[in-house]
Write a protein that binds this ligand. Structure first.
Ligand SMILES: Cc1ncc(C[n+]2csc(CCOP(=O)(O)OP(=O)(O)O)c2C)c(N)n1
Ligand SMILES: [Mg+2]
Length: 332
């Protein structure tokens, strides 16, 4: 992996408050995912559930480089991105349980988190299907004269789909303000990247459309932040799209239905040595930026937030039958 890694926290130029926020958010996402997996196993969550364990540094690092009014659109492995963009974990948990208080009123579930008021435009289940939508969001920002960047997140698998190529072509042609962020976690479902893609380094695909691109270490929240800062700056100045490939790894299966027969445990264990939360915490401790009390406080706060999210979701009502025909295109 040739992606850039930030070795020292001090080099990042970020203040302590921001660094602790990164740790807090990554831990919150990890605990959210673990709790979601548990609730799924207990039959409280229906439908598909794709967890983000191992990839937290990508969402947290990348979204931190955005401004509040910037937009984010992503694929079905969307919990981490939604939480990082500011959707309250209570509303995220309620969405998983299909409750009326969920961020998509309980109509979307795991794959379809949504909150336009926070600039979070989903949560999409069709692989690469949201890339043309990202181009549309960017085009709208240009036409409406908004100084707004759209961050579009997708997996390595999406780069083999036709939508990907159409979207990159038009994005460059129309100079839209979109950062394309490919989460290369080395697999699309049970298929390793090298078995599905003729080009295994995804950032190279951007060259076909003359879009500047870079490969980044996705297990390093600071490296992701730094690269996204640069990409966002390029895009915001009106230079057109930018492409980032972050190398990451999902610690759990593709979805809850995955028996994980396509990779051996040794490989997973090796990647777990690079757990983005553990390594970042160790870096902060080594550089004297994090005390044992602060770790304890972050652990306690995130535990409480997750416990409260479960309480909130379970106590929330189901969507009423009378709303069945709301928010749909065709009203019978
Ligand atoms: C167009 C389309 N084809 C196939 C699927 C089934 N499918 C769901 S997820 C997935 C793998 C996608 O892998 P990747 O883009 O690498 O994302 P990851 O799950 O690894 O985050 C596939 C093939 C789909 N949802 N949409
Ligand atoms: Mg993948």
């Amino acid at each position: 992996m040739e992606g850039k890694t930030v070795t020292k926290v001090a080099q990042s130029g970020l203040d302590k408050k921001t660094l602790l926020k990164f740790l807090h958010e990554m831990l919150l996402i990890r605990k959210f995912e673990d709790k979601a997996g548990e609730l799924y196993a207990r039959g409280k969550i229906a439908g598909f559930l794709h967890l983000y364990n191992g990839e937290e540094a990508v969402a947290v690092g990348a979204v931190s480089a955005l401004q509040k009014h910037d937009l984010l659109i992503t694929h079905y492995r969307d919990h981490g991105h939604g939480i990082a963009k500011g959707i309250d974990v209570n509303r995220c948990m309620a969405e998983l349980l299909g409750k009326a208080t969920g961020c998509a009123k309980g109509r979307g579930g795991s794959m379809h988190f949504f909150d336009a008021s926070l600039g979070f435009y989903g949560g999409w289940a069709i692989v690469a299907g949201h890339l043309p939508l990202a181009v549309g969001l960017g085009l709208a920002s240009n036409i409406l004269g908004k100084n707004q960047v759209t961050l579009c997140v997708f997996g390595d698998g999406a780069t083999n789909n036709g939508y990907f190529h159409e979207a990159l072509n038009l994005a460059k042609l129309w100079t839209v303000p979109v950062v394309f962020l490919c989460e290369n976690n080395l697999y699309g479902m049970g298929t390793a990247v090298h078995r599905a893609s003729a080009v295994t380094e995804m950032y190279k695909k951007a060259a076909a459309y003359n879009i500047p691109a870079e490969q980044v270490d996705g297990m390093d929240v600071l490296a992701v932040r730094e690269a996204t800062d640069k990409a966002v700056d390029h895009v915001r100045k009106g230079n057109g799209p930018y492409f980032l490939e972050v190398i990451t790894y999902r610690f759990r299966g593709h979805s809850m239905a995955d028996p994980i027969l396509y990779r051996d445990k040794g490989e997973v264990d090796e990647w777990k040595q690079r757990d983005p939360i553990v390594t970042f915490r160790q870096k902060l401790e080594t550089e004297g930026l994090l005390s044992a009390q602060e770790v304890e406080q972050i652990e306690r706060e995130t535990d409480e937030m997750i416990a409260e999210a479960v309480r909130f979701a379970e106590a929330s009502p189901d969507p009423p039958l009378s709303d069945l025909y709301e928010d749909i295109y065709a009203n019978p």
